[in-house]
Every structure is written in structure tokens, then in C-alpha cells.
Design a binder for this molecule. Structure first.
Ligand SMILES: Cc1cc2nc3c(=O)[nH]c(=O)nc-3n(C[C@H](O)[C@H](O)[C@H](O)COP(=O)(O)O)c2cc1C
Length: 349
């Protein structure tokens, strides 16, 4: 099996893809994920076509791309072909390599506008959106779907067939039904069944956490690439391990506690720098705004390490870079001291 694959003219160097994740897959996260984990392809968090249509600058920012992260796909969502096409054109002008259409988001705020997974219930509109977007841009258009709206119908194969005819150049299946949310398990059998109808590259997604999972998903379903989401949050090393396995390389060593702390701080610094690009110089709330977005992710960097649970509370209210450095610096010192004490007590036995 070759190491990479192509989506239209876009060459993807390996079979690991980083998932689009709202409030997670922003530029700072993606650049860290790329440097440490090296996925062949990454996607932005989803971008509302309607918000872009109304000129929301905060939403526009989600489409800013750094050359380090390419190839990259900007993912957009919406329920109207024309606004989707308009946003696709803007995304193309911002330099994206691929344009991905979200048809998997099940949350009510998205579905009630007719977007995301709601499109799984309206194949004609879904196809029209794909066709209109394909006609609007010259980069490849891809679609990310769930298996269907509910268990009563595995709609994805028929939809995928229509999307291919409409010009889509790859399809991702998150192997759950929309009604499931994140419950139960992803059913990889559904990915295997999609393989029978999808002739463009098929990206399989759902519950891949380890190199074994990734290898098994590729082997059992025949899909072209594996998309990883939650396992990569605050854990780019999980991507590195999976990538190494897929490339037949030796698996990298586990990160040390120092590595984890250093990358947590780097992530926060990058968030602040990214926020600063669009803020007034000297804006006193800038750090707080940037770091607040990371509060949920910071504790995950050290999850499972001795003493980490006690830090959860403090990390979830942290509001500046200095405070973060202080908390994590003290945590490292304390764990060094504890290790030294364990060393002394076992030496004296
Ligand atoms: C916090 C979070 C945000 C997400 N946001 C998006 C999104 O913006 N667009 C999308 O297509 N899927 C989104 N997803 C779904 C993921 O892309 C992926 O399909 C799902 O998490 C299953 O993969 P996993 O088991 O590897 O996490 C999101 C998932 C999570 C956990």
C-alpha cells in the first residue's frame, strides 16, 4: 500500500487526517498538531456560511491559513446553496487547498437552520449544495457525512453516490447516525459498506485512538485514510504514534511530563499570538480572551499524570500566560521533588 493518496490534484503524504473540531481545530492547534503529529491532511473547524454572508469578522478569522499547515481543508456549513458557494469562493481566495462541506453536525443550533446533518434528510438540497459549491470554485470539494439521520436509514451510500456525480472528490464518513450524537460506538462496518459505492477517496472516522485502531480501520474497511478527532485533543503525540505506524516507522517515545507542559504553554502562547493578530495593540483583555478558549483543553495535556487532578480547578480558571506558566512550572517542580523522594526512600530501603 502506498503511503499517501490524492484528492484531485492535492497530494496527501500519509493516510492520517486531523478532524475538523469546533473550538479546537483552530490555527494554533493545527500548527502544533502538524509539527508533532504530522497528519497528511487537516481540516479547520466548521465555518458558518451564513455568518460569513453577514460579514462576521470573528468567523472570517477561522479561515486564516498559515503555510505550515498545508495541505488544509476549510470546512463550511450552511443550508443554502448560494451562501455556501459565496463562502466557498472566499475560502478559496484565502488559500485553502480543499473545501469541505459539513453534513455531519447534529447539534440543534446547526440542524434547525437546515445545515449540517439535517441535509442527510434532504438529499435533493444536499446534492444541490454540493453541485453549486463545486461550480463556484476550482479547488476540490469534499463532503463529511454521518451514516444517516437515524437508525431507520443508512443514507450515506446513496448520498455519496449523488455527491460524486455532482463533482465531490472525497467523502468522509463518521460512522455514527446523527441522532446518536457521540453515544455508542462508531460502526466501522458502515465504512466498509460505503467503500462498495464510493469511488473517490473515502476517509473513515470514528473512535480511532491508537495505532492499532487506525491500522484495523484501514484493513477492515478498505478506506483510504483515517480521520482522528478527540484522541488528538491536547495530545498531538497520539497523532505521531498513529502516523508512525501507518508509515511503518518505529513508534515515537511517549512524551515526558516536561514535553506535555512545554506544549501546553506553547499552545497558550500561540493562542495569544493568534488573537493579537486581530486585536488593537495594548488591548488589556487579549490574553484573557485567548486563554479562556483553552481552559477546557489545558487540563487534558497532563491528564493521568500524578497530581494532575488537583490542578484541574486552577487550570479551568487560568486567565493569563504568566499565571499558566506559574501553575505548570510549580507542578513540574513538585513532581520532580516527589520523584526524588521516591528515589531516596527506595534507596534507603
Ligand atoms: C469538540 C468537537 C468539535 C467538533 N466539531 C466538528 C466540526 O466543526 N465539523 C465536523 O465535521 N465535525 C466536528 N466534530 C466531529 C469530529 O470531526 C469527528 O467526526 C468525531 O469527533 C468522531 O471522530 P473521533 O472519534 O476521532 O473523535 C467535532 C467533534 C468534537 C469532539
Amino acid at each position: 500500500m502506498s503511503h499517501g493518496f490524492r484528492i484531485g490534484p492535492v497530494r496527501v503524504a500519509n493516510r492520517l487526517v486531523l478532524a475538523p473540531m469546533e473550538d479546537v481545530s483552530n490555527q494554533p492547534f493545527r500548527r502544533i498538531a502538524k509539527r508533532i503529529g504530522g497528519p497528511g491532511l487537516m481540516f479547520t473547524e466548521f465555518v458558518s456560511a451564513m455568518a460569513i454572508h453577514y460579514g462576521a469578522t470573528k468567523t472570517l478569522r477561522k479561515m486564516r491559513i498559515h503555510p505550515d499547515e498545508r495541505p488544509l481543508g476549510i470546512q463550511i456549513f450552511g443550508g443554502e446553496p448560494e451562501t455556501m458557494a459565496e463562502t466557498a469562493r472566499i475560502a478559496e481566495a484565502m488559500g485553502t487547498d480543499l473545501l469541505d462541506i459539513n453534513m455531519g453536525c447534529w447539534v440543534p443550533k446547526v440542524c434547525k437552520t437546515g445545515a449540517g446533518a439535517a441535509l442527510l434528510k434532504d438529499p435533493d438540497l444536499a446534492e444541490r449544495i454540493v453541485r453549486t459549491v463545486v461550480a463556484a470554485v476550482s479547488i476540490p470539494v469534499t463532503v463529511k457525512v454521518r451514516a444517516g439521520w437515524d437508525y431507520s436509514m443508512f443514507a450515506a451510500p446513496e448520498l455519496a453516490r449523488r455527491f460524486q456525480d455532482a463533482g465531490a472528490q472525497a467523502v468522509t464518513l463518521h460512522a455514527r447516525f446523527a441522532k446518536q450524537g457521540f453515544e455508542g460506538h462508531a460502526d466501522w462496518e458502515l465504512i466498509k459498506r460505503m467503500r462498495e459505492v464510493v469511488t473517490v477517496p473515502l476517509i473513515g472516522n470514528g473512535d480511532v485512538k491508537t495505532p492499532d485502531d487506525a491500522e484495523r480501520l484501514l484493513r477492515e474497511t478498505g478506506c483510504d485514510a483515517v480521520m482522528v478527532g478527540r484522541a488528538a485533543i491536547s495530545n498531538p503525540w497520539a497523532l505521531a504514534r498513529i502516523r508512525a505506524r501507518l508509515l511503518g516507522h518505529a513508534e515515537p517515545a511517549e512524551p515526558t511530563l516536561e514535553d506535555r507542559v512545554a506544549v501546553a504553554i506553547e499552545h497558550a502562547e500561540r493562542m495569544v499570538a493568534f488573537e493579537a493578530e486581530e486585536s488593537e495593540p495594548g488591548d488589556p483583555d487579549l490574553e484573557l480572551r485567548a486563554i479562556r478558549q483553552l481552559r477546557g483543553q489545558l487540563p487534558l495535556y497532563i491528564k493521568g499524570c500524578p497530581g494532575a487532578a488537583a490542578l484541574r480547578g486552577r487550570l479551568s480558571t487560568v486567565s493569563s500566560l504568566d499565571e499558566l506558566r506559574e501553575i505548570l512550572g510549580r507542578f513540574l517542580l513538585e513532581s520532580d521533588r516527589e520523584e526524588a523522594m521516591v528515589g531516596t526512600s527506595s534507596a534507603s530501603r
